[in-house]
Design a protein around this ligand. Structure first.
Ligand SMILES: [Zn+2]
Length: 442
């Protein structure tokens, strides 16, 4: 669009009124500046990260493929395979030969981010060794199978000699001894909404902790908020927001988030001091439908919830946003931080790029560096991002001016590190957040 065109498009009345000539010149000068200014600074519209499927930010309802829930019995082998439980995912099962089966894993919608989730039970009349070929469709293996022989209490990694992955054929071959006690095989440890409810019921025994239902998912599951507010605390309080489990298979991030919350709710002097000055608004399980339906990524309408923080077309993101907007312009509450828990290929924090002035400024980086120093075996990475994507972290900053982080826990983090990661990151967080509070509101 040229300058000539802009002049032509100005309302004629401006030119008719002679004594406004100077004014018009000023307007034209301003317009020129604006147009050229905008041209050089025009931000590109965010349409997804390079690993996202096309159209990921168009968060309208989509048609997903429902998984057929059933228990298949191979009578000639006396072996049964089932996906009839929450969190399960098996798309199809074939018998290849005696005690050998192919399990097909399809996502809820295609194309989709690479995160093939599967979970099933298998058992037999007599103890036998079986071969299971996992066929990853529309993706590549991301999770090495975990096994539980006690119904989901204790999980073990499969050993190298028990599982081999072939990238070229998108398959994994698992050798397993089974008995008449069902063995659970799952991409990661299983934590469904029932587990979350038990955890929530437990933590809300604390006098300062309450939970409330702030909305319902497409399939009518509760969207719950966990709230910490110590009544004996100071009148003017900081607020920390915690988001979690927007992406159902990202289990280590979910586990660390629960330990993190337990530490904030703990009996230590530090936690008590923290609760003197801070409230916590937490939404640790934001995608209950995806969780119980064993989805790879999305909610019941095939939408990646962490790309819906602009349009809020989905009930889960809408409910959380609506609840959080109550914090806007509250005299006695200042949102100072937001944490969104996820999992990926390594332990890494995604802070907000330092060119954006957050309040507090660059807290994420200082926090991450302190964690890295204290638990070097986490090899915690730090990679700042711009704020153009419609994700929870950016919405937190744009809405409240607060700093925020996407807190990524490695998919294959050694499980004994989950507890220390959650506890120490929370303790360092509380120490540093208290310092920020006193600097800001002394
Ligand atoms: Zn995620």
């Amino acid at each position: 669009m040229g300058f000539e065109k802009i002049v032509n498009e100005l309302p004629q009345s401006i030119f008719i009124m002679g004594f406004y000539t100077v004014k018009v010149q000023q307007i034209l000068f301003f317009l020129t500046l604006t147009i050229f200014g905008c041209r050089s600074a025009a931000p590109e519209i965010f349409e997804g990260y390079d690993y996202d499927p096309e159209g990921v930010t168009e968060t309208y309802d989509r048609e997903i493929v429902q998984q057929h829930k059933r228990t298949i019995g191979f009578m000639e082998d006396r072996v049964w395979i089932s996906n009839e439980f929450d969190g399960a995912r098996v798309s199809d099962v074939y018998r290849l030969s005696k005690y050998s089966y192919r399990i097909e894993i399809h996502p809820e919608i295609e194309p989709i981010n690479n995160s093939p989730w599967y979970a099933f039970k298998i058992w037999s009349e007599e103890p036998v060794s079986v071969e299971i070929e996992l066929q990853y469709n529309s993706g590549q293996q991301r999770y090495i199978p975990k096994i539980s022989r006690d119904g989901g209490g204790i999980w073990e990694n499969t050993l190298d000699e028990e599982y081999t992955h072939r990238r070229s054929s998108r398959t994994g071959n698992l050798t397993l001894t089974i008995t008449d006690e069902p063995v659970l095989v799952s991409a990661q440890e299983m934590f469904t909404t029932a587990h979350f409810q038990t955890w929530l019921d437990d933590i809300t025994q604390k006098p300062f902790a309450t939970n409330s239902v702030i909305g319902y998912s497409h399939e009518n599951r509760q969207i719950q908020k966990l709230h910490f507010s110590e009544e004996t605390g100071t009148a003017h309080r900081g607020v920390v927001i915690l988001y979690g489990r927007q992406h159902p298979p990202e289990i280590p991030g979910y586990q660390v988030s629960l330990v993190f919350l337990e530490t904030l709710a703990g009996n230590s002097e530090l936690a008590k001091e923290f609760r003197n000055y801070f409230d916590v608004w937490a939404f640790p399980l934001m995608n209950p439908d995806g969780t119980d339906n064993g989805h790879w990524r999305t909610n019941a309408k095939g939408v990646d919830l962490n790309r819906d923080w602009k349009h809020f077309r989905q009930p889960e993101t809408y409910a959380v946003k609506n609840e959080l907007l109550k914090l806007k312009n509250q005299k006695n509450r200042t949102v100072l931080y937001g944490i969104d828990f996820h999992s990926t290929g390594r332990n890494i924090f995604y802070p907000i790029d330092s060119s954006h002035i957050t309040n507090p400024h660059q807290f994420s980086v200082r926090w991450a560096e302190a964690i890295r120093e204290e638990i070097p075996e986490l090899s915690l990475g730090i990679q700042p991002f711009d704020i153009d994507s419609p994700i929870a972290k950016n919405w937190t900053y744009k809405t409240f001016g607060a700093d925020a982080v996407t807190f990524e826990v490695w998919d294959e983090i050694p499980r004994e590190l989950i507890e220390p990661f959650g506890v120490r990151s929370a303790e360092i967080f509380m120490e540093k957040m208290l310092e920020e509070y006193h600097l800001l509101f002394k």
